[in-house]
Every structure is written in C-alpha cells, then in structure tokens.
Design a protein around this ligand. Structure first.
Ligand code: ZN
Length: 241
C-alpha cells in the first residue's frame, strides 16, 4: 500500500493542490496529515476543507491548536501570532470544531506512527533536530517508523546498531532498523528549497520517497499580501526559508 504523508500545509492552498494532484495522478488512495493545516498562509478554509475531504487520519499541529486556543502562542514570533489571530477570525464553528478534535498522535497506522512534534511530549511542541531528541522519541515508538513534521526540514533518522541521519530523497528502509522521518513542509519549506515537500511511503516495499513539487508560489504570496498578513510571510515562500 502506498500512503501519501503531508503536513505543515500552513494555509497554502496552491501548494496543497499541487501535492494532491500529483498523488492522485499516482493513484494514491491513502493519506495521512501531520498537522499545521493552518497558520501563516492566506487560505485556511480551503486547506481545512481539502484535508477533511480526504477523510484520512490527521494529527494536530501547534498552529492548529493555537488558533483554537488549545495551546499558547506566547512563544510564537510576532508574524506567526498575527497569522494565528487572523486565521481565528476566518474559521466558522465547523472548522474550529474540526481542529479542536485532532489528536496529538496516531499510533499503529499500518505499522507506523505519526505525530507533529515529538513522541515523548507531543503537547510541548519540541523539535527533533539531533540524535539526542531522536533517542527520546525512539523510547516511545511502538512501531517501526514514526513520521513527524514541525521543523519544515525533511530528514530520515535511522536507528540500527548505530544512529544515522540520512538525507536521501528515495530510501529503502532496512527490516531490522527503526526510523523517525521528517516529511518536510507542503506550504512553507525551510530547507532553502522553495518547492512543496511531502512523502510517499510504500508499506510493503518499505520505501520512502521525499518529493518536491513546483507550485504557483506567486499566487500563494498574493493571497497572503491581499489578506493583510505580514508580507514577510509571503517573501519567505519564495526563498524556502
Ligand atoms: Zn509548521
């Protein structure tokens, strides 16, 4: 079975649409969303509705929960805070209820786990940026693979006899190893590559593909500016930072 894993969409409908069109052309039937559907971008409603239409497992991101008041935005930068306040005003009761209903973690989806931030303390929204952070996650990992988001930087961490960071776009997992895999960000990549980023996982072949796609960046930027959101949020889409 092939599963499309997508997250950190951040209300970027143009990027999301490119990803869903690609997956559809590949005849992907299974999706999992890793959270942060909203925040930063100008199309929160459209993105929520697209994800709802997939009827797939979804976990909460920190921006999703900040918008509905489930987590504090005290530590957000001023631009992110502005976007949280703006997004809150766009949502109707149904969208608010949907975001509010999201769990932190989905365990056991065909022998994999998904969480937006970390498995040890998902409600604290920490980052997995090094082996020390990864070790804490592996302790709580009950399946072979955990997919994560949050940093907006794709990365494969492999735990076998040693722990390795792997930066390959196409990788076959070893049967005896366990993995934490950051699938990057659909709507606000931060690794210096401005293309939309997501992953396709083949659960039988144990192959992971990190995919980058061009999308209409100018249109997504115009929506941010036209919404009155901080222009810096539009600029960063162009540079992928
Ligand atoms: Zn995010």
């Amino acid at each position: 079975m092939k599963v499309c894993l997508l997250g950190d969409i951040h209300a970027n409908f143009e990027a999301l649409k490119a990803v869903l069109e690609y997956a559809d052309a590949q005849r992907i039937k299974h999706y999992v969303c890793l959270g942060d559907i909203v925040g930063y971008g100008g199309s929160p409603l459209e993105c929520i509705h697209e994800i709802q239409a997939l009827e797939c497992p979804v976990v909460a991101g920190n921006h999703d929960f900040a918008v509905v008041g489930y987590t504090s935005d005290d530590y957000f930068n001023p631009y992110a805070k502005d976007a949280v306040a703006w997004t809150r005003n766009q949502l109707g009761p149904e969208e608010t209820e949907f975001l509010t209903s999201l769990p932190y973690v989905h365990h056991d989806l065909n022998d994999f786990t998904v969480v937006h931030s970390t498995l040890d303390e998902p409600e604290k929204w920490g980052y997995v940026l090094n082996f020390f952070d990864a070790e804490k996650c592996f302790k709580y990992l009950k399946s072979k693979v955990c997919f994560i988001g949050h940093s907006h930087i794709p990365l494969i961490i492999e735990k076998g006899p040693t722990t390795e960071a792997i930066y390959e776009a196409h990788y076959k997992l070893y049967p005896d190893c366990r993995y934490i895999i950051n699938i990057g960000s659909v709507g606000q990549p931060r690794d210096g590559n401005n293309k939309a980023c997501f992953a396709i996982f083949d659960t039988e072949e144990l192959e992971i593909e990190i995919i980058r796609l061009d999308y209409d960046i100018a249109k997504a930027q115009a929506k941010i500016v036209d919404s009155g959101l901080p222009e810096v949020l539009a600029d960063r889409l162009g540079v992928g930072k």
